[in-house]
Design a protein around this ligand. Sequence first.
Ligand SMILES: *Cc1c(COP(=O)(O)O)cnc(C)c1O
Length: 384
Amino acid sequence: MNKEKIWLSSPHMGGNEIKYINEAFDANWIAPLGPNVNGFESDIQNYLDGDKSKGIEVAALSSGTAALHLALVLLGVERGDEVICQSMTFAASANPIAYLGATPVFVDSETDTLNICPEQLEIAIKDRIARSKKPKAIIGVHLYGMPYKIDEINKVAKKYDIPVVEDSAEALGSRYKGKNCGTFAEYSILSFNGNKIITTSGGGALVTKDVAKKQKAVFLATQARDNAPHYQHSEIGYNYRLSNISAGIGRGQMEVLDAHVEARREMFEFYVNLFQEIDGVKVFKEPNEDFYSNHWLTVIEVDEKLTRGIDREGLRNCLEAENIESRPLWKPMHMQPIFKDCPFYGTGIAEKMFEKGLCLPSGSNLTDEDRDRIKRAILDCLKK
Ligand SMILES: *Cc1c(COP(=O)(O)O)cnc(C)c1O
């Protein structure tokens, strides 16, 4: 087989990235600070909060994971604390809890958005409080670009006075009730890893609504140096700032973000149309008009009772045989060997979706030829 690989999601440059990188070289700003870092931060700020009505502040960091780690540090999470986290997510949502010696408490998904379930969240909070372990924070994730039920989750969080950390790593360009994901919590995080909707090769950002919080994040991200001519430290710091080279890529990518969102949403429409003629496959859509997903990845659920026995793995193998990448949904954290002893609250929804769910190639750079190959492979597999 010598067909070129069709990836789930691959980097897609706009063209101007190299211009910003060259500027960094010309000015010798080859460091984790410089004009591209500042420029990238203000580009994101303008995108999320064009009219400045929300007072959004952005700290560009070396990864989304670093941003989550700093968010938890800034919320005062310490050894022995508990932090609630959506179970169905990428491990990077939960790992920073463990970095701090705290314990993740995992909560199941609901079936509309596949994200953290408001009812199970409240059950979890009540039970942890009954055990004298009030959670220090709640990490909600907009999985595959689909916003979680923001009003419902915020209502529960407010009732128990627990801050939410919004993991918007996969949801730059998504909206809820017309407002941008990444702006709904005291701390939100973005990721610019290689497969995200825009990439800086590796990178992330912490989003806050308070300039003092941003300054504190940047202070911690640059080794927590006190204001002194010598190197003096009163707090533990981290080396988490974004490189000025990477930020140059980010500035070029921000110019094409809207086009990327449009192209990913077109891939989603392509799958909606394709699966209209196929039994047993459900494409996950926005539950109602409040939700606007960037459709970073299109998600389907395969019911082998209606596909004459072809299950999720069957379809995945058909695609793989054609050199087309697809991937099961994130394996829930409560099922992971490393987190299996952590508390979990749920009813089996994430487990079922892990068994039946598949992410399909969704890149903004896929061509008509790629779509033809994908379509043929899927029809051959399911319509024989
Ligand atoms: C990618 C991702 C992260 C981590 O971002 P990095 O930049 O890769 O560290 C966190 N959460 C989710 C849901 C992600 O998809």
